[in-house]
Design a protein around this ligand. Structure first.
Ligand code: ZN
Ligand code: ZN
Ligand code: FE
Length: 763
């Protein structure tokens, strides 16, 4: 049989275009003496092969075992065809079929082969800041439309030189059909600009930028998906100047070092973390800060973890190249002013960042799509997303069942949107907080761009229930204009569905959802956020919720954690002792006004938010009275936890309410006893984990359910996540954590989409 001549037709779907797939097929077929051809279709790649049966088998094995690094194969189908005597193997032109779509590769960090060439003096791209190949480089951020060919990318204006063209045309070359391929003769170039003058070109641009950094200056660096602001991270003055100019409150800065060894000086780094830092996606990884870490505290005030990444473009490598006197760690924070989106267009960057940066390291390859850095932490050795963007978007989330074309508009903060087609849910890159014109327009443009790229024409729109979210307003308007059905999904139901889809959980099987976050519009118009739900994609029941408390002043109180603490004490009918930190942060007149406000319920919306419970505890034990960014108090409370403390506070559960009066009573008592804030913080976390177990056991008793989904922004708290997961598993529950999308509102669009699909029976 094996020496018989035979034919084989293979269809491969997934991310198989623009990643060196056809050259790989060509090379492998030639190696196994097979003739035939390969071509792109709008569904993926098709291959026809003819030759000895044994060689055909070997080809299939090789295809399955060692596909190109950037390829992501979703499916391989193969069936025998009649043998044909065709001469050799060829790569046929691709055809773009109308109405079809194909996944687009995310932007990928420089590959080992290109990195080697970058520092090889004999290579013609030696020290060329834009070296790339089919295995690496810009993709999503430079694609204007499909098919993914050079004329439809921002590389269109660079005409290939003969040497690059030859590589581009050679099926056996690593740069065969690599659309962004370039060299010093024909490709983009760098410049360094200070005070409106070009003061460095080529190598000189990079060396000037490096000198600025050595001198403690701040520079803006144009990267893959936007601008960074960089300075010497070990220079406390420079870091403080950057913080002042950026008006960035206490938000931590991301850092970049040349290699893992440099990072080890500052943070603990295990194998899984190293592998994640070095993965083709190169996300920012949050790493435990070493106790003797010599970096200034102002990098990331009161943080136990630092966000590190490795260089992911050749330009970064040249900028960070180790040398005597050059810092081994740089701040590489997003190029923006506090809450604005990151700058990515040159003119805009020059205007917006001119008050912050002393110089600009720029280049003339245009960025078409703004893409922020992704941020992960490792949980159980795997990346757990804080932000899913560069390197991951627009990779689709694979769904269990086919879904119709739906647009889900996401939430207000940390917005992402999601579009579906067949088994794919294309969750967008990080858009940001929809609170200014610029972010809103990048939301709107982003949706149009995704629709074009993936050939999706939404037949239904999903949005949050909150009428004031700008994403909801967009959805309502668009549904009306295009006469499309609109499904408004309760915020916490969407979180639950997001976690289920993230775990490929089957439809129509109920789970227990511990959905904890800061803010979400409830079906009763109140602000929810401490919700225990039972249900699935189609529907949920609110089985338990955190006790209601007042939010004096509404949303404006959210950053004033002492107000929230006093409100909680008021609800629990506990005294405002005058030596309590939240009491000390007001004068007697202010306290009087607050008391009147709470008593008469003037502008005091009700909330069951878990985020606000964290705020209250953080304030009460003196950790934080005014938050300068969202979630700050909760993060600092987590960081304060004494890891060796085993006691837990208890929550009384009455009917459907998780009461907090007893909790605050205990905390006040512990404060009187002089127990440290670290111990109290740990007891609070332990108490929450125990409460989670208790409510799950109650529901298990009622319905027999034993699967628990953990979603909502509070589950960014890894201490709580680990404690709760361990306790639930120990007691026989199976726990669904997020893996592919963030637990926070950055993952909520996926959930909205799933609920909308289920609601209309379109799955
Ligand atoms: Zn490469
Ligand atoms: Zn060239
Ligand atoms: Fe939320």
């Amino acid at each position: 049989m094996n020496d018989m001549l035979a034919g084989l037709k293979i269809s491969v779907s997934g991310i198989v275009q623009g990643v060196g797939f056809r050259p790989f097929v060509y090379g492998t077929a030639t190696r196994f003496n097979l003739s035939g051809s390969v071509w792109n279709t709008s569904k993926g790649v098709e291959i026809e092969l003819f030759g000895l049966q044994a060689n055909l088998d070997q080809f299939l094995t090789e295809l399955t075992a060692h596909p190109p690094v950037l390829a992501r194969i979703d499916q391989i189908e193969s069936f025998p065809i009649d043998y044909q005597d065709v001469p050799g193997f060829s790569i046929k032109d691709s055809l773009a079929e109308e109405g079809q779509f194909l996944p687009v590769s995310p932007d990928m960090s420089i590959c080992p082969d290109c990195l080697h060439e970058l520092f090889d003096p004999k290579n013609r791209r030696y020290r060329y800041p834009f070296i790339n190949c089919t295995n690496c480089g810009p993709r999503f951020s430079i694609i204007k439309n499909i098919p993914y060919d050079r004329p439809l990318t921002t590389m269109a204006e660079f005409k290939l030189c003969p040497a690059c063209q030859a590589e581009y045309d050679d099926p056996l070359d690593r740069r065969f059909h690599a659309q962004p391929v370039a060299c010093p003769d024909c490709g983009p170039r760098v410049q360094f600009i200070a005070q409106g003058q070009i003061i460095g070109k080529f190598e000189g641009a990079i060396s000037t930028a490096r000198q600025f950094l050595i001198d403690g200056k701040i520079i803006a660096v144009k990267g893959l998906g936007g601008y960074h602001l960089a300075c010497d991270a070990s220079n406390a003055e420079a870091v403080q100047r950057l913080r002042d100019r950026k008006k960035r409150s206490d938000r931590p800065f991301a850092l970049m070092s040349f290699d893992p060894d440099a990072i080890r000086k500052y943070c603990e780094l295990n194998d899984a973390e190293t592998a994640t830092l070095q993965s083709p996606q190169h996300p920012i990884v949050l790493l435990p800060r070493k106790e003797d870490c010599p970096l200034p505290e102002s990098i990331a005030p009161v943080q136990t973890h630092l966000g590190f990444m490795l260089p992911y473009t050749p330009l970064h490598y040249l900028l960070l190249e180790p040398d005597e006197g050059f810092p081994d760690v740089l701040v590489m924070t997003s190029g923006n002013l506090s809450d604005e989106p990151i700058a990515y267009e040159d003119e805009d960057a020059r205007i917006r960042l001119s008050g912050i940066a002393d110089g600009f390291l720029v280049h003339n390859r245009e960025i078409h799509m703004r893409v922020d850095d992704s941020v992960v932490r490792l949980v159980e050795q795997k990346p757990y997303f804080m932000r899913r963007s560069r390197g991951y978007a627009p990779d689709p989330i694979i769904l269990n069942d086919k879904v119709s074309e739906i647009l889900a508009c996401g939430a207000e903060l940390k917005n992402t949107f999601c579009l579906s087609l067949d088994h794919y849910a294309f969750l967008s890159h990080h858009i940001g907080d929809l609170e200014n014109y610029e972010t809103l327009s990048s939301f709107e443009n982003g949706i149009v761009h995704f629709q074009n790229l993936f050939r999706i024409k939404p037949k239904m729109i999903a949005a949050d229930l909150h009428p004031e979210y700008l994403s909801t307003k967009y959805a309502v308007e668009r549904a009306c204009k295009e006469e499309l059905p609109l499904v408004q999904v309760q915020h916490h139901h969407a979180h639950l569905a997001s976690c289920l889809a993230d775990n490929h959980y089957p439809a129509n099987q109920n789970v227990i959802g511990l959905i904890f976050d800061g803010t979400g519009y409830g079906t009763d118009g109140a602000i929810w956020g401490g919700e225990v739900l039972v249900g699935s994609y189609g529907s949920v029941e609110r089985r338990f919720h955190l006790a209601e408390t007042s939010l004096p002043g509404g949303d404006s109180a959210i950053r004033n954690t002492s107000k929230i603490a006093l409100s909680q004490l008021f609800s629990a009918e506990l005294p405002w002792y005058e030596d309590l930190p939240p009491v000390l942060s007001f004068n007697s007149q202010e306290l009087e006004i607050l008391k009147t406000q709470l008593t008469n319920r003037i502008n005091c919306p009700k909330t069951t938010s878990m985020g606000r419970l964290f705020d209250a505890v953080a304030s009460l034990i003196g950790i934080r009275q005014i938050a300068t960014y969202e979630g700050q108090a909760a993060i600092e409370l987590e960081n304060a936890c004494d890891p060796d403390e085993n006691h837990a506070y208890s929550f009384r559960i009455k009917a459907d309410t998780i009461e907090t009066a007893e909790l605050f009573d205990h905390i006040l008592l512990n404060l009187r006893m002089g127990i440290s804030s670290n111990t109290i913080a740990a007891r609070f976390h332990n108490g929450l984990a125990k409460m989670c177990l208790e409510v799950c056991q109650t529901i298990q008793g009622e319905s027999g359910l034993q699967t628990v989904a953990l979603s909502g922004g509070v589950w960014q708290n890894i201490t709580l996540l680990n404690k709760t997961t361990a306790l639930l598993r120990y007691n026989g529950f199976s726990v669904l954590q997020h893996h592919q999308v963030p637990a926070n509102d950055g993952g909520i669009a996926l959930g909205q989409l799933m609920v909308a699909a289920a609601a209309k029976g379109l799955k």
